[in-house]
Design a protein around this ligand. Structure first.
Ligand code: GDP
Ligand code: MG
Length: 302
């Protein structure tokens, strides 16, 4: 039982930053579940995902967002990603901005400008400090960033090493209102199991496919069937062009088999039961240029 003398805090925290700074890695680390998929490729996170951090005296509701980036070039998909990230700022109690200590860019300044326009208190996490060899080189960077906005705290962290992550969590918890838990103690996301299954399959596809293809890939779970202890999952990898279909399938089906084998392992870890994964590849012409198709696939939650 929680100590009745200590007040319980609960609130929503938007996690913002340009792609690839480590937002999803942090959300997963705090939630304690592999919730948001992570890869070295930018634009891995396409959806707004709620991660519920369960603590004795607090429940932190972290909204992991696709990175904010300048909407040039890539068309409809980018516009939807930015809109999703901006929507995440509304109705929240605090903002966490994350940057990569080794590379501060114009896009980072855009994110800071967005938070400056918001009323919510904000904390800055300067991530990947493990990559900085000379620690004294970090000080001027922290000072410069500190002056950009009225931060409640500026915390250098390494999420992958676990450095200062607890301190960051403490700073965020302080900003939340006193309130009872919003989610049951065993719930770690607002997303459905089918959504999490589709994301696990997409994660493996993004890891294994080279160059152009990952940005054109999405995954749909068509249906699942219970078969005793086993869950049978029927899913499709959806690509934009016939040429991509060939790449996803690979020579003699070799690539699809590799994606399927890895995704199945990942699904066993997620669901804790035997899985039979039936994977197909489908072509949906030019889907990333068509916002209507994006909506049908659940990439836009208006
Ligand atoms: P997001 O796009 O901001 O969600 O970034 P991700 O969480 O997907 O991470 C992007 C890449 O940065 C992944 O390859 C992570 O493993 C890596 N990464 C995340 N945190 C750290 C860190 O503290 N140190 C280092 N060296 N790499 C990190
Ligand atoms: Mg991410």
């Amino acid at each position: 039982m929680a100590d009745p003398e200590v007040e319980h805090r609960c609130g929503m925290i938007a996690v913002l930053g340009r792609p690839n700074v480590g937002k999803s890695t942090l959300v997963n680390s705090l939630v304690g579940e592999h919730l948001s998929i992570v890869s070295p490729k930018p634009q891995t996170t396409r959806h707004r995902i709620l991660g519920v951090v369960q603590r004795e005296h607090a429940q932190l509701l972290l909204v992991d967002t696709p990175g904010l980036h300048r909407a040039r070039g890539r068309g409809a998909l980018n516009r939807v990603l930015n809109r999703t990230a901006q929507q995440a700022v509304e109705g929240i109690d605090a903002i966490l901005v994350m940057v990569d200590a080794t590379r501060i860019t114009e896009e980072d300044r855009d994110v800071v400008a967005l938070i400056a326009a918001s009323d919510a208190p904000a904390v800055l996490a300067v991530n990947k400090v493990d990559k900085i060899k000379r620690k004294d080189a970090l000080l001027p960077v922290l000072r410069m960033l500190g002056e950009l906005a009225p931060w409640r705290a500026v915390v250098p962290v390494s999420v992958t090493r676990g450095t200062n992550v607890a301190e960051l969590e403490a700073e965020l918890t302080r900003l939340l209102p006193v309130a009872p838990p919003a989610y049951p103690a065993d719930q770690f996301t607002d997303r459905s199991t089918n959504f999490l299954i589709a994301e696990r399959v997409r994660e493996q596809a993004m890891m294994l496919l080279q160059a152009e293809v990952p940005y054109g890939v999405t995954v749909e779970v068509e249906r699942t069937e219970e078969e005793g202890k086993r869950l049978i999952v029927h899913a499709s990898i959806v690509v934009e062009r016939d040429s991509q279909k060939g790449i996803v399938i690979g020579n003699g089906g070799e690539m699809l088999k590799r994606i399927g084998t890895r995704a199945r392992k990942s699904l066993i870890a997620l669901l804790g039961r035997p899985i039979h994964l039936q994977l197909w590849v489908k072509v949906r012409d030019g889907w990333s240029a068509d916002e209507r198709a994006l909506q049908q696939l659940g990439y836009d939650d208006r």
